[in-house]
Design a protein around this ligand. Sequence first.
Ligand code: SF4
Length: 703
Amino acid sequence: VGDSADYDSEVDSVCPFCGVGCQVSLKVKDGRIKYVDGIDGPANEGRLCVKGRFGFDYIHHPHRVTKPMIRRDDAPAKGLNVDPANPWTHFREATWDEALDAAASGLGRLRDQHGGKAVAGFGSAKCTNEEAYLFQKLIRQGFGHNNVDHCTRLCHASSVAALMENVGSGAVTATFNQIENADVAIVIGANPVENHPVAATYFKQFAKRGGKLIVMDPRGVGLRRFATHMLQFRPGADVALLNSIMHVIVEEGLYDQQYIDAYTENWEAEKAHLSGFAPEEMEALTGIPATTVREVARAFATAKAGMIFWGMGISQHIHGTDNSRCLISLALMCGHVGRPGTGLHPLRGQNNVQGASDAGLIPMFLPDYQPVTDDGVRSAFSEIWNSGDFSSQKGLTVTEIMDAVHDGQIRGMYILGENPAMSDPDVDHARDALAKLEHLVVQDIFVTETANYADVILPASAFAEKTGTVTNTNRQVQMGRPAVSPPGEAREDWWITVELAKRLGLPWDYKHPSEVFAEMKRGMHSFDNITWERLETQNAVTYPSLSPEDPGQAIVFGDGFPRAEGRARFAPASVIPPDETPDPDYPMILTTGRQLEHWHTGSMTRRSRVLDAVEPEANCSLHPRTLRRLGVTPGGMVRLSTRRGSIRLMARADRAVAEDMVFLPFAYVEAAANILTNPALDPYGKIPEFKFSAVRVEAVEDI
Ligand code: SF4
């Protein structure tokens, strides 16, 4: 932390990394960000983690794309070029007009020759709400269909599916800060110490003041040091474990009958279903002693106020929606929704994955989760957009789009700020699809692995170079402000999308993101009472906001749910085994995730000096006894192989990982985790099973 002599200007904005949405003050000297301070935002109260404080310098990295680029005529066949010294090698510089004309004519030609369904779009949860809204509008209005999605499909799509189905709303029912009013909190399938570090500080404070913190995860995640109970259950046994907890609550009559009668439906079916899940009978499956399950069930059910938090350990399974259904049922049967210190909170991953989903960047919903299948909804948006109707068919999701490229149904894509060449499961399948595209337009700040396959690259702007709103995991809509200019000829993403839309023949005429926000408000009641002017002066407003003075509702559904008759629904869930189970060829379990220092596919944090210095090398974690059995010393090299492929990387010793498991971060292109992962999907959320693949681990020579 410096003083005002150290910088020329300071600008308040929002951290670009995780869904906690910490507010920051960016200190600028000579046109560069010099350092970052935390300020008093509703989600962080001045706190920042290592990424928010030290991870900003990627925006000044020499590999920023500063000019529009077009694939060279003499470039070799499309493929991955991971030469970090020369990422631009297959491209030539172009003017904005030339690049935008090439981008639009390529996509427009495919639309005119094969129909709008031949083009799909991936938008970004790192862009603003306004940019996400414009992106989905461009695909729907410009191509007449709904093949538009983003990374929510790879993180919380199954949680949203379960919440929409059973609660009637996909967002959290209470802010994470409500934990200060709870007696008991369950954190399951989440590693907030690394993935939501500032939220984790509130969880630690809760535990330190005597709150019962129950942590459940197949890995012994960092929060275990603060937990009253750590249930390190068998991977994939989530439904069995949660049903056995609920079985005890039913068996011992600990449920809240009054709440159930007033606010829920389908209770009798749930109750009957749970009779088959006695914890003693589930022990072998879950690995958790029945006595512990009974203790946890009693603690949560008898709490005055209990909250449930979850992350990708819940959602990234073929039974991810069932996992979330169980958590919803658990909260409902105890009446732990709608009061201070109670609630359901899926910890959202990216900084604006909540906002991008709210803005309709998903193939089945228009803004505010209004179904594309509803004629009235589509006609309302056609009126707002002053255009004709578009398809009533739900579009394809992220991984389905890649399959459709292989099938020849999709021939062109517009990808904004997403990196499927690293983030998709069975990533060689995705890379082959990208290579097959007849026309690929990529809009990004770096030549990402995905941009390697582009025909046109449009240079975009980083968070500290743009104006716009973002919505965090707490439903807090916050104002982001530019502190520095985009480098070279790079432009704000909303401007680029507008210019592309105009060249595709759309009558768009936005001059500023505030005009987009005003249009969004016409179709999104969640923004009622939230105005651009309010956000400019107040920085953050939580939705729903009930009046122009209301800072927003931290807790919702105290008086019923946005479903028929105001009732939430119990959805009984049965145990479904993982898609592939270990066998003699692939005897161990692979699970993937993030590390504190690296963000997702690494495009930003691996270009951040401090963060990359702390974690410079691809690594995986194994239990020390497993390493001994394999004859590997910590720091030695191993080969991980699954039915999809194989990678070679450094192995670390970590007692938090079970003896038959490997934990693998997915930020490293040189040992890309998703070469290994299983693309099998949850049938409801269409989310891949990143958290469970059968794997073989072998020692290899260090070279
Ligand atoms: Fe940024 Fe998340 Fe860290 Fe806050 S907790 S500083 S939002 S990465």
